[in-house]
Structures are given as C-alpha cells and as structure tokens.
Design a protein. Structure first.
Length: 315
C-alpha cells in the first residue's frame, strides 16, 4: 500500500490538532476548566504522535544496509508503538491526574461560553480529520468494520489516526458534557468527572493500540487470503509437485518475505529445478506483489518425513 493516503490523513490530523491545542489552552487559561486542559494536552500529544508517524514513514524508506539487510520497513511499527506510549502517558495519565485534582479541589467554570465554543469548533475540526482518515482508508476497509481494519492492517499509520480521531471526538463529547453539567449545576466537580473520563478513554485506546502494534513488532505472517493466493500461484504451473511447507513474515507494511520448501521431480536436472523456481517466483510476485523477498528450497517429497506444516494442494 502506498503511504500517500496515510500521509494525507496524518497531515490533516496534525493541522487540526495544532490549532485545536492552541485554542484549548487559551480556553483553559480563561475559564479554568480542567477538562479543557486535559483536552489541550490530549491534542498536543496527538500532534506529537502525528509527527512521529511522519518521521517513522520517512526513516522506513532508507535503503537496506549490511547491518540491516532486510531494510527498515518495520521502523514504522516502532514509531507507532511510541505513539501508544505517548498517548497513554502524556494524554491519559495526565488527564486522570488533573481530573482527580479537580475532584479534590473543585472550582466553578468561568466564562463558560468560551470553552463551550472552543469545544464545538474542535468537534468540527476533529470531524474533518476523521472524515479524511475514513476516506483514505475506505478502499482497505471494504466489507469490514473499523475495529477489524485496526486489527488486520499491516500499515500502522491509518489505524493510529483513526483511533486517535475517534478517541478525540469522544473526549470532546465528554469534556462538553462535563463543562455543561458543571455550568448548569454550579458544581465544578462535574468538570473533574469529565476530565477523569477523558483520561480513562485515552488509556484504553492506548492499550488497544499498543497491543495491535506489539503484534506487528513481534512479526505477523500473511493473511489467509494472501497465503491462499501464494499457494495457488506456486502450484499454477507444472514445474513443482507440491508445497511441502511455507512460512511468511512482514518485513514492513509493504514487504512480505516468503520461505517455501517445494517438491520437485526426482528426475529433474539442476537446470530444470532452477527454471521451475524462477517461474514460481514470477507467478507469486504477480499474484501477491508485496511478496518481494522469496526463498524457495527444492526438495524430493517423502511422506514419511513430512512436517505438520505441509501445505495442502488447492487444486
């Protein structure tokens, strides 16, 4: 997948969050609403996260070196994991701390129209950012929910932006609710309740994000569909008898490594085996373009020593 759509969504989110963060800080200084401060820090943390995603995407494009022969594609996962840590610590934990402080020392919200106006404008800007992320990920989300997309996606940027934008909108709703009830009742404690709720929301989102990115960092294999396409392409010719076993690993969001042991006829010459492997590689790369790194090992099939990872013949 090209990173162009991801970068467009990231830049849209970054632009929105920088403006929102500045407005929220001003709103907090004027009104004293702790939920405004929590939301301002949240937007500032999101801005930093989007900068990290852009840096990770750029660094992942570096050419392979002797020390890193498979390139730097998985560096995008490292930066995405850093995003989950920042969202948890800076956004979530700070909001909970500020909310607890407000609960212990409640203060009335002053000039309520200012934070309410800023929150409503922020909801509009965050909605624009979310709309951009949804538009850029629409092709990949066909037939699946946003949650399934987050769980299945191998490219971390769009899922991260989607989760951040959704969390931001829910957080703004909680802040608006907390400030509104505080103004209506005259009890500043409700502002603190809203702030704590924002913190809990951010912590939960950060945990979900961290779990998903950790799985990518450890190393995920190809999807069931890609596995089936690879197997079908490998067996499409008459040059190999069967796939004995196969393993795959994502080297980065856009690059898949495939290791495969295939059975060839015992009577084939070395030249015939080489031609068979070359043809197999061409078919696989055509069927699954991200399968860029292929290691094919020819062997003579012997059922008495076949492993439990033997691939079934799809034909």
């Amino acid at each position: 997948m090209s990173t162009g759509g991801s970068n467009k969504a990231i830049v849209a989110a970054l632009s929105a969050n920088l403006g929102i963060a500045a407005a929220k800080f001003v709103g907090f200084l004027i009104s004293g609403a702790s939920s405004m401060l929590a939301e301002a820090v949240h937007s500032l943390a999101d801005s930093g996260n989007q900068v990290l995603l852009l840096i990770g995407g750029k660094r992942a494009k570096r050419a392979a070196t002797a020390e890193h022969p498979f390139g730097f594609g998985r560096e995008r996962y490292v930066y995405a994991f850093m995003v989950s840590i920042i969202l948890f610590s800076v956004g979530g934990v700070f909001a909970i701390y500020e909310g607890v402080h407000k609960l212990q020392h409640p203060e009335p919200v002053e000039r309520a129209w200012i934070p309410i106006t800023i929150l409503l404008i922020s909801i509009g800007l965050e909605s624009y950012s979310l709309r951009t992320a949804l538009h850029e990920s629409a092709e990949q989300r066909k037939g699946i929910s946003i949650l399934q997309f987050v769980r299945r996606a191998k490219s971390p940027e769009l899922p991260v932006v989607l989760l951040e934008d959704i969390a931001a909108l829910f957080g703004l709703g909680l802040a608006l609710l907390g400030v509104g009830i505080a103004v209506i009742t005259g009890e500043g404690v409700w502002d603190g309740v809203g702030t704590v709720a924002i913190g809990v929301l951010l912590v939960l989102v950060a945990i979900v994000l961290g779990i998903e990115v950790k799985s990518l960092l450890i190393g995920e294999g190809a999807s069931e569909q890609d596995l089936a396409d690879i197997a079908e392409a490998a067996l499409a010719g008459q040059d190999i008898e069967k796939i004995i076993h196969m393993k795959t690993l994502y080297l980065g969001p856009d690059e898949l490594m495939v290791g495969m042991k295939v059975a060839v006829a015992a009577t084939d010459s070395a030249g015939q085996v080489a031609e068979a492997i070359n043809a197999l590689e061409a078919r696989v790369r055509t069927a699954v373009p991200i399968a860029r790194v292929l290691y094919i090992e020819p062997d003579i099939y012997d059922s008495s020593r076949s492993s439990t990872t033997t691939m079934p013949n799809p034909h």
